[in-house]
Structures are given as structure tokens and as C-alpha cells.
Design a binder for this molecule. Structure first.
Ligand code: ADP
Ligand code: MG
Length: 637
């Protein structure tokens, strides 16, 4: 390929359509193009600094680094100039010719989601270089890679409609100069005040000076004026930073338009020297559930930006935390791979985790604010007990639950509160897991606890069952699922009243009936027995103490895992009129159907589904057809 000559290329596939879509969806927020271009320039300068650590000559003896914005009202152009690393010929094609390179594609993928939330989320995206076409009819890029000859410059131009041209040029200065030929309707971006506002809104924290060419009326000259602060906020003494400074810094760092809930800013000296400035947002981001969700920590070493999304500094369950860490001890040439196995990092991670948990704990002293926090991030924090054994106790104290007696789906109860409300003879912390709050709260497993006024934690988030595998006890009190076989429940019964059990004994035909059930259901069940725990329900199923719980089995099968079928223990309420009626059934065929019905309704209450609902329905319909007059009445409460 002769690269001296001008070459015309077409954008890679989808690009055309994507460009069109993006330009339209971002139009209400078009000023972000400047943020994107400045951020690219800043990245390019960071890359230069980083590479120059091992190769000084890349500076070409020009150590004065800057980003410049140049306005030309006569030609309706806006230039963004930097003396960063620049691009080589192939890089220009790879980086500016493929949308996959930029954040744009990711942005478009999530576009539908964003539209649904109607939030001002769009600003959160790094949509990249292509956003320049939101305001321009034509864009040209002159660039030269640092350290190359002047003749090795590259010119890229495009109208953003499908093709772009690339040719070789001579460029004196290293770095990149982007010229936007603004559309008629976007001339406002040539106004000084407008540019200043946008820069201070988005780019103040960038530690490289951003300079604007301003016209001096008196002297009739142009000069470069620095329009950003260009100092890293976290390096200032705390006493010089106002609350608003912190909030603004947060907003610029995250593109979140909401204030953070709280933050922690610490300079640590001693064996390790570092500064952290970490924020807890007030809203979670759209992608927080994405498994590849980026962590929000930026790593700096001695004030030099090293990388975004440094996930090694905080555990996954704190991935909602945003902020920076600036270390004095890490080597500048550190890579992600090194970060993973570095002892220093392990220690930093420990201290950062402690610090964040402390901050959250502090937040929990204010019930209203903590509720906000919990509603946004509680689900993520629930991953903590499994991920972080070391801090399990601290995390346990931060968890909030809804409970049977508090009678609201809001998760407000702490374990501390639950334990302090425990009954005298109560040994364990009881909980129930289910798909949703409504089915949990009306579960027959709770009838006994309602009667005894013993509270039960209601766990209806998907992650709960998994979390409970790791929460074994809290302050010496063991957790116990009410849908599992357990002695402690029996004890609670013996200690209070025995009316139910007495009646059970008086029912002499019961053993015979249980045998009949066992014979009928065969190996579909593990066992069958009577229970005193039920009040309004004729039968329930429970799992054996060491068997997998219903919710756990659901989680596994939802994840596509094959698991053995659970064999339940069927429990019969001997005092329920339906049981008495069934016991008195003479017709063997009918009896068999009744027994299946008892089993199936118990399964349905436990699992919210049946393997074969049609059989169940037709059984009920048959009973309804044969039903004479007297409907069975349930016992009065
Ligand atoms: P992103 O910044 O998310 O990678 P962009 O669309 O903003 O996506 O930019 C695409 C790529 O183009 C960058 O990754 C970078 O390699 C290159 N690039 C863009 N602007 C510049 C610049 N001013 N200097 C050097 N390279 C740049
Ligand atoms: Mg970018």
C-alpha cells in the first residue's frame, strides 16, 4: 500500500448506523463531545508521560505538556490540540476507523436500557471520539506519534457518513490536533463562556492545563489562558477543601449528576504511603449488575495517572465505591498482571476495605440515609459474607432485613435488633427464603411463629439463599431456616403450650393414615409425620436438615446446573378438618387422590411451581365435580 497518497476507507460494518443512532440519542446532551475529546487528549498525555519513564526522548525536548482549545469564529472551527503521544498511521485507522475501539459500541448496546430509565445516565458514558460528529459536519485529525520524524504525520478526515480519508503529512509538533467544522446550529460552542462552563463542569480535575485562546480587546492580541484548575484535589490539605469541592470532584470523576452519599479522604503515611479519596454514590449505575461491571477506582502513582477500573483494590461486593488511590510506593510501570500478585496491593486492599466498611458503618448511624444506601447497594453488599470471611462480622452488622413481625417488605431490621428482640427460650435466628416477599410472608411455615409471636427474617432476594450459606451465626446465635427440619423449633413448642400435641396423640387412626400416605407416595417423599406447627394449613413439606433447600435448588437449576431432586418430608396437620375428612374416606381411589392433593398443595406452597400443574388442576376439578354441598370450613383464628 502506498501510504503517501490519499487513501479512502469505509467505516467498519455497523458503524454508519451506529453513528446515526448515537448522534440522535445524544443530541440533548451534545456538549459532552468536548469532554470526550479532552479526555482523549488527557489520556494521550498520560500515555506519553508513562512511556517516557523509560524513554525520555519521546518528549522531543518539549516538556511543557498541555491541551489547547482554539476557536476560529471566521471559519466556524473548533480545534482541540494536545502534545501527547499521538498516533501512528495504522493506529489512526484502527482507533478512529472502528467503532468497536471506542466506548460507542458499548454505549449503543445499553441505549435501550438507558432510555427506559429516563435518567440522565447518558452523561455517564465514555462515548468517545465519534461524539464529535454530534456537532460537526466534518472532522479532521492531524497527528504524529511522539519520537517519529516530522514527515510521519497523518491526516484523517471524515464527514461521519460512512467514509474517511487518510494521508501522510508533515507535522512539526508531536501529538494530535482535532479540527471540528461545526454545523450551523452548533456555533454556540465557539463562545468563550460556553467552553469555560463545559470545561469546568467536566474537566476541572484533569491535572494537565487546558488552555483557551482568548482575545484581548485592548491589546488586540490572542493569548493562551488556563481555564481548568489543573491540580489534583486529593493532594490538597483537607482543611482547604470544601464540601462542594468534594461533590464537584465526584461528579466530574463519575459523570454522576447526583451528590455522593458520603466520602472518605485519607492520607496514610508510614510503611506504606498513599492517599485515598473514596465516594459512596447515592445512586447505583446502570451496569452494576453486569458481571464485568467496572470497578470505580482510578489508580495513580505519585500523582501520575496509571489506570482506570483498578479492581484489585476493593473486593467485588464494594464495587459501587468510586474514587481514586494515589500510591507513593508502587512502581510507575505497574501493569494489571503485576497488580494481581503484588503483596503491597494485598495490603492496600485490606486497608481500603476496612476504611470503606467503616465509612458505611458510620453511614448506618443515620437511619434515613442508611435506608437510601441499603436500597441502592444492599443487594451488592449481600455478596460480602461469601466473599470476605475476614470482615464477615462487620458486614453482618451492616445487613438489613425485612421481618415477619415488622410486617413490611422494607428491609430495615439489623441483626442486632433481631437478637435483642428474641424470646427468652429462643436459641436461634429464624429466617425464611422465598422468591418474593408475598409468598414468603404467607408461607405456612410461619404459622407457628406467628402464633408464638417469634420473629422470622423474610429473605426474598435472589442472593439471599446463597448468602445464608455463609452466614452461619451472629453473635453466637445460629441461623435457622424455618423450612428445614430442626430441634430448636420443637423446643419452642414444648416450652410453651402443648394443646396441639395432646390432640395429636388422641388421634389414634393417625399412624394408620401416615402408613397409607407413605405407601401411596412411595419414594416421592423422604418421610411423613404429623406436626403441631400448622394452624390453617393441612400439610406442608420441609427439607431434611442436611438436604439442599428449595431456594438453593432453584438457584442451581436457574444457573443451568443439574441437581438431584429434593426429597421432602411431608408434614400433616392432624387438627385440620380436611385431614379428618380424608382420613374418613373409604373409597381407595378417592383416598389416593386426596393424598396426592395434600402433597401437591404442600409442594406448590413451598416451590411456587409444580412439575405438572395440569394433573393437580384436574385432580381439583374432579373433586369439585363430585363435591356435594358442604364445603369444608377452615378453623377460626
Ligand atoms: P476510548 O477513549 O474509549 O478508547 P475513543 O473513541 O475516545 O475511545 O478513542 C479511540 C482511540 O483513539 C483511543 O483509545 C486512542 O487510542 C485514540 N485517540 C483518540 N484521541 C486521541 C488523541 N488525542 N491522541 C492520541 N490518541 C487518541
Ligand atoms: Mg475516549
Amino acid at each position: 500500500m502506498n501510504i503517501q497518497k490519499k487513501q479512502t476507507y469505509t467505516f467498519k460494518s455497523e458503524t454508519k448506523e451506529l453513528l446515526h443512532l448515537m448522534i440522535h440519542s445524544l443530541y440533548s446532551n451534545k456538549e459532552i463531545f468536548l469532554r470526550e475529546l479532552i479526555s482523549n487528549s488527557s489520556d494521550a498525555i498520560d500515555k506519553l508521560k508513562f512511556k517516557a519513564i523509560t524513554s525520555q526522548k519521546l518528549y522531543e525536548n518539549n516538556f511543557n505538556l498541555y491541551i489547547r482549545i482554539m476557536v476560529d469564529k471566521n471559519n466556524n472551527t473548533l480545534k482541540i490540540i494536545d502534545n501527547g503521544i499521538g498516533m501512528k498511521y495504522e493506529e489512526v485507522i484502527n482507533n478512529l476507523g472502528t467503532i468497536a475501539k471506542s466506548g460507542t459500541k458499548k454505549f449503543l448496546k445499553s441505549l435501550e436500557k438507558i432510555k427506559q430509565t429516563k435518567n440522565n445516565l447518558i452523561g455517564q458514558f465514555g462515548v468517545g471520539f465519534y461524539s464529535s460528529f454530534i456537532v460537526s459536519k466534518k472532522v479532521s485529525v492531524k497527528t504524529r506519534f511522539a519520537g517519529l520524524n516530522k514527515e510521519e504525520g497523518v491526516l484523517w478526515t471524515s464527514d461521519g457518513k460512512g467514509e474517511y480519508e487518510v494521508s501522510k503529512i508533515t507535522k512539526e509538533e508531536r501529538g494530535t490536533e482535532i479540527t471540528l467544522h461545526l454545523n450551523e446550529e452548533n456555533k454556540e460552542f465557539l463562545e468563550e463562556w460556553k467552553i469555560q462552563t463545559i470545561v469546568s463542569k467536566y474537566s476541572d480535575h484533569i491535572s494537565i492545563p487546558i488552555e483557551l485562546n482568548t482575545y484581548n480587546e485592548k491589546e488586540k492580541t490572542f493569548s493562551w489562558e488556563k481555564i481548568n484548575q489543573a491540580i489534583a484535589l486529593w493532594t490538597k490539605p483537607k482543611s482547604e477543601i470544601t464540601e462542594n469541592d468534594y461533590k464537584n470532584f465526584y461528579k466530574k470523576l463519575t459523570h454522576d449528576s447526583n451528590d455522593p452519599l458520603t466520602w472518605t479522604h485519607n492520607k496514610v503515611e508510614g510503611t506504606q504511603e498513599y492517599t485515598i479519596l473514596l465516594f459512596i454514590p447515592s445512586k447505583s449505575t446502570w451496569d452494576i449488575w453486569n458481571r464485568e461491571n467496572k470497578h470505580g477506582i482510578k489508580l495513580y502513582v505519585k500523582r501520575i495517572y496509571i489506570m482506570d477500573e483498578a479492581e484489585q483494590f476493593l473486593p467485588n461486593y464494594l464495587r459501587f465505591v468510586k474514587g481514586i488511590i494515589d500510591s507513593n510506593d508502587l512502581p510507575l510501570n505497574i501493569s494489571r498482571e503485576i497488580l494481581q500478585n503484588n503483596k503491597l496491593i494485598q495490603n492496600l486492599k485490606k486497608s481500603l476495605t476496612k476504611k470503606v466498611l467503616q465509612t458505611i458503618n458510620y453511614l448506618s448511624k443515620d437511619i434515613t440515609i442508611y435506608q437510601k444506601f441499603w436500597n441502592e447497594f444492599g443487594l451488592i453488599l449481600k455478596e460480602g459474607p461469601a466473599e470476605d470471611l475476614e470482615n464477615k462480622n462487620t458486614i453482618s452488622n451492616l445487613l438489613r432485613f425485612s421481618s415477619m413481625l415488622s410486617n413490611t417488605p422494607n428491609q430495615t431490621m439489623s441483626l442486632e435488633e433481631y437478637v435483642s428482640n428474641m424470646k427468652k427460650n429462643q436459641e436461634k435466628i429464624y429466617y425464611i427464603t422465598s422468591d418474593n416477599y408475598t409468598s414468603a410472608i404467607s408461607s405456612p411455615h410461619l404459622e407457628f411463629f406467628k402464633e408464638k409471636n417469634i420473629d422470622v427474617l423474610i429473605l426474598s432476594d435472589k442472593i439471599d439463599e446463597w448468602m445464608m450459606n455463609y452466614l452461619i451465626e451472629y453473635n453466637g446465635k445460629k441461623f435457622q431456616s424455618v423450612s428445614k427440619d430442626d430441634q430448636s423449633i420443637e423446643k419452642l413448642n414444648n416450652n410453651t403450650d402443648t394443646t396441639h400435641t395432646k390432640k395429636t396423640v388422641s388421634n389414634s387412626n393417625m399412624n394408620e393414615f401416615l402408613n397409607k400416605i407413605k405407601k401411596t407416595l412411595g419414594d416421592k417423599i423422604k418421610d411423613v409425620r404429623t406436626t403441631y406447627k400448622l394452624k390453617n394449613t393441612p400439610s406442608i413439606v420441609i427439607t431434611d436438615a442436611n438436604d439442599m433447600s428449595t431456594q438453593m435448588a432453584k438457584l442451581f437449576s436457574a444457573a443451568g446446573q443439574k441437581i438431584p431432586k429434593i426429597k421432602y418430608i411431608l408434614e400433616i396437620n392432624p387438627n385440620h378438618p380436611l385431614i379428618t375428612k380424608i382420613q374418613n374416606t373409604k373409597n381407595q381411589h378417592e383416598l389416593k387422590n386426596w393424598i396426592y392433593l395434600l402433597f401437591e398443595q404442600a409442594l406448590l406452597a413451598e416451590k411456587n411451581t409444580l412439575e405438572n400443574p395440569n394433573k393437580f388442576i384436574s385432580r381439583i376439578n374432579n373433586f369439585l365435580i363430585n363435591c356435594k354441598t358442604n364445603f369444608i370450613t377452615t378453623p377460626k383464628k
